[in-house]
Design a protein around this ligand. Structure first.
Ligand code: GDP
Length: 335
């Protein structure tokens, strides 16, 4: 056992070294370890992350969201190619809530970003799946850290706007970009509450051909709507712009906006403050997750659950009282 542990420790250190050296196969293996649900892998993943943490490059993390068909993969392919041509290393990760709900995947099923996937400066990781959104989000955050240790200075995190996935992605990026299509004129109709507030930029894609005029009109409407929100604490004024991913129009300007954002918020200290706040939230979230999982896995708690639910259903005890009773039993078991 002792020997085994030593061996594992050694191989994880070795894996960390290879990741830090930019070995793509090692990075992929590291992320697989993070995504694994086996308890022994969880321990190894923690160790790996610890080893990689101090060696990360300075990065910009950008979240990209939009409904299926809006052009996310086309956009990312074009943007990614531009960035790699500038000799930047780009990692593309995804949070795909559909895979946790339907077991199918909106993001993963088709062949996506064909050119970028052959680019040696790009790393594309298909989505983790088969877990709760919280679980997938945590794994994506940890994968970001490994990518940064491997020298990827631009991290693009993609998601479809399903459930709470936008909130999850927003909580792990510096800049949040919302891709939209020009609609039938009433652009704000059907916008999910809160998503507008999270956006640092609203990008109307497919501004080409007959659609160009409509896209410009949509841009104006979004610009007016964004104007009505109170200023963000980081002093950034969200922008509405148009682009055509398939014709490579406006993409470079969008990247310039992201670099402007990074320069401005770094200068004023908000960039780091946001990352610190995110770290604090992840810390609190991790505590909550650990406590919850320990509670629900406790044998005594498991056996007490069904009878208490019965009592609640037959109005013998209130849900609140039952919960308090169970938590007290759990806590006294810890002493
Ligand atoms: P995703 O589901 O959001 O990843 O969307 P895709 O990138 O797969 O694009 C969906 C469809 O829209 C594809 O047929 C693309 O070729 C097309 N598309 C993407 N961007 C543009 C664009 O800027 N203009 C036009 N006209 N079509 C586009």
């Amino acid at each position: 056992m002792g020997l085994d542990r030593k061996k594992t420790t050694f191989s994880i250190s070795d894996l960390a070294n290879r990741i830090k050296a930019g070995d793509v196969a090692a990075l992929a293996k590291g992320i697989t370890l993070i995504e694994s649900t086996l308890p022994e892998h969880a321990e190894q993943a923690f160790f790996l992350i610890e080893k990689c943490m101090p060696h990360r490059v300075e990065s910009v993390r950008v979240g990209i969201t939009g409904v299926p068909g809006v052009g996310k993969s086309t956009f990312i392919e074009v943007l990614g190619k531009q960035l790699t041509q500038m000799n930047k290393k780009v990692a593309i990760l995804a949070v795909d809530p559909t895979s946790t709900i339907s077991k199918g995947s909106i993001l993963g099923d088709k062949t996506r970003m064909e050119e970028l996937s052959k680019d040696p400066l790009a790393f594309i990781r298909p989505t983790a799946s088969g877990e709760s959104l919280g679980g997938v989000a945590r794994k994506t955050r940890e994968s970001i850290l490994l990518c940064e240790a491997a020298g990827y200075e631009i991290i693009l995190v993609e998601t479809v706007g399903v459930g709470q996935s936008e909130v999850a992605v927003h909580s792990m990026v510096d800049f949040f970009l919302l891709l939209k299509l020009a609609g039938a004129g009433d652009e704000l109709q059907g916008m999910k509450r809160g998503v507008m507030e999270m956006a640092d930029a609203i990008v109307i894609n497919k501004a080409d051909g007959d659609n160009k005029k409509k896209a410009e009109a949509a841009k104006s409407e979004f610009a007016r709507a964004l104007h009505l929100y109170p200023p963000k604490p980081n002093n950034w004024i969200p922008k509405a712009v148009t682009c055509s991913a398939s014709e490579n129009q406006g993409i470079f300007e969008i990247w310039e906006m992201v670099t402007d954002f990074a320069a401005q918020t770094k200068k004023e200290g908000h960039f780091n403050k946001n990352r610190q706040d995110q770290n604090q939230n992840w810390f609190l979230q991790a505590i909550e997750d650990a406590l919850k999982s320990d509670f629900y896995q406790d044998q005594k708690i498991k056996s007490r659950m069904a009878p208490l639910i019965d009592q609640i259903q037959s109005n013998k005890i209130s849900p609140y009282k039952a919960a308090q009773q169970l938590v007290s039993e759990y806590l006294s078991g810890l002493k």
